[in-house]
Design a protein around this ligand. Structure first.
Ligand code: NDP
Length: 451
């Protein structure tokens, strides 16, 4: 980066940090994008004059609200609710809702910011938003989760709509929570519309939506591997997380001929050197989705596996690593261990799971590395396909949706190659994804004037 561009980056970050104090995840996400797009912005002075990036980092609207609800003992509980509507430049706001005790404004803003570029990459007309609450669904009864979701939606319903803002799931928000929120929206508004995605199959949901993020990561990683004449066949894969994204990333990796050896949750990870095969994965899905159990129970059921409490799976020898749990779950030291153990490809399923130091290790080692905004975009893309089907009042077959998903992931990969290929031929997918995502949003903003 030349000194003029570096000065632009430094002054941009200084101003952002001063205006948004204490929001460390948000600063981290902006810095990563800024470092990629700054040379492009400097080369196109009108983008600087029009303050396009300055506008993108200021959400169009932030809604923060109280969520009061009654627990099963009749006690009053209060949580915080958020919706960050970041950009409507290329379509209605679109992005998930997260229920997790760590949720705060910084995390909501980083996710909404990332979503802006991700949704642009999908090729579909979707703006970007993100929402959630510091509510912890773990250990709550179904009735408590329902009462919370109803209270959350009572306020959120005033700010969303099928043509305004269409939320979906994220950490802690799956089919059950989407159902309760959809029911409440319908009751309040007296309309049956595609206001949420990730709906059930019998009431407006799309085939392949639950699978889409995990499958999409594997499709994207397959495209990366193909650039080296390689594939998943025979590879050893380490996955973190055991939720929605991790489960379907594991399922597709198995279908593509890989051996998956790890899964985790926030308490620890399991390592099964014999591989988590289809039957064992079915057990994990039942354990997590129906019984809402912990991953350590896997090691109690299968003696081939070992449970490592309080640890993350990145010390395990693997060819492909797929972080699918949460932000900043893979640090620089773990990245170096992965490389030393021969890992050739890191495909992110989670949002911003690798720390800036880890990303630096991957890029300087020149391994295949894809940021979540590119490789996990299959989830929101299929949400976009759910919106399409809802608008047309019809439902595509699983094969049709899967075909669209594959095509979208291939197109995102091509966009990354187009904008991310460096002089020595190495594809920097971070740069590619950020520039490709930025250009489309910037063009739309230029066309729509100062709004
Ligand atoms: P789930 O709630 O289904 O699963 C989350 C998994 O990550 C669980 O195994 C959870 O363990 C683990 N986890 C959560 N927080 C932490 C933590 N602080 N440390 C270690 N492990 C943790 O969420 P999803 O699978 O939907 O989401 C996973 C990631 O993928 C997130 O980053 C999300 O933003 C991203 N994503 C999700 C999409 C989707 O379609 N669902 C789309 C695109 C991205 P535990 O049970 O102990 O909490």
């Amino acid at each position: 980066m030349d000194s003029y561009t570096q000065k632009y980056v430094d002054s941009f970050m200084a101003e952002l940090t001063a205006k948004n104090p204490g929001e460390k995840e948000f600063h981290q996400a902006v810095k990563e994008v800024l470092e990629s797009v700054a040379p492009y912005i400097v080369a196109h002075p009108y983008l600087m004059e029009q303050k396009i990036l300055e506008r993108i980092v200021e959400p169009e609207r932030i809604i923060m609200f109280r969520v009061p609800w009654l627990d099963d003992e009749g006690n009053i509980q209060i949580n915080k609710g958020y919706r960050v509507q970041n950009s409507s430049a290329i379509g209605p706001y679109k992005g998930g809702i997260r229920f997790h005790p760590s949720v705060n404004l910084s995390i909501m803003k980083f996710l909404a910011f990332e979503q802006t570029f991700k949704n642009s990459l999908t090729t579909l007309p979707m703006g970007a938003g993100k929402g959630g609450s510091d509510f912890n669904p773990k250990g709550k009864s179904d009735n408590e989760v329902m009462r919370f979701c109803q209270s959350f939606m009572t306020e959120l319903s005033k700010h969303i709509g099928a043509d305004t803002d269409v939320p979906a799931g994220d950490i802690g928000v799956g089919g059950r929570e989407i159902g309760y929120m959809f029911g409440q929206y319908k009751r309040l508004r007296n309309e049956f519309t595609g206001v949420l995605t990730g709906k059930g199959q019998s009431w407006g949901g799309s085939h392949i939506r639950p699978e889409a993020t995990g499958y999409g990561v594997c499709y994207f990683a397959s495209a990366m591997l193909a650039t080296k004449g390689d594939s998943y066949e025979g590879k050893t894969v380490a996955i973190s997380g055991s939720g929605n994204v991790a489960q379907y990333a594991a399922k597709k990796a198995l279908q593509l001929g890989a051996k998956v050896v790890t899964m985790s949750d926030s308490n620890g990870y399991i390592y099964d050197p014999e591989g988590i095969d289809a039957d064992k994965l079915a057990y994990v899905m039942e354990l997590k989705n129906i019984y809402r159990g912990r991953i350590k129970e896997y090691a109690e059921k299968y003696p081939s596996a070992q449970y490592f409490p309080g640890e993350r799976p990145w010390g395990v020898k693997c060819d492909i690593a797929m972080p699918c749990a949460t932000q900043n779950e893979l640090n620089g030291e773990e990245a170096r261990t992965l490389i030393a153990n021969g890992c050739m490809c890191v495909a992110e399923g989670a949002n911003m799971p690798s720390t800036p130091e880890a990303i630096e290790v991957f890029l300087s080692s020149k391994i295949l590395y894809s940021p979540g905004k590119a490789s996990n975009a299959g989830g929101v893309a299929t949400s976009g396909l759910e919106m399409t089907q809802n608008s047309m009042r019809l439902k595509w077959t699983p094969d049709e949706v899967d075909r669209h998903l594959k095509q979208i992931m291939t197109d995102i990969h091509e966009a990354c190659v187009k904008y991310g290929t460096e002089e020595d031929g190495y594809v920097n997918y971070v740069k590619g994804a950020n520039i490709a995502g930025f250009i489309k949003v910037a063009d739309a903003m230029m066309a729509q004037g100062l709004v």
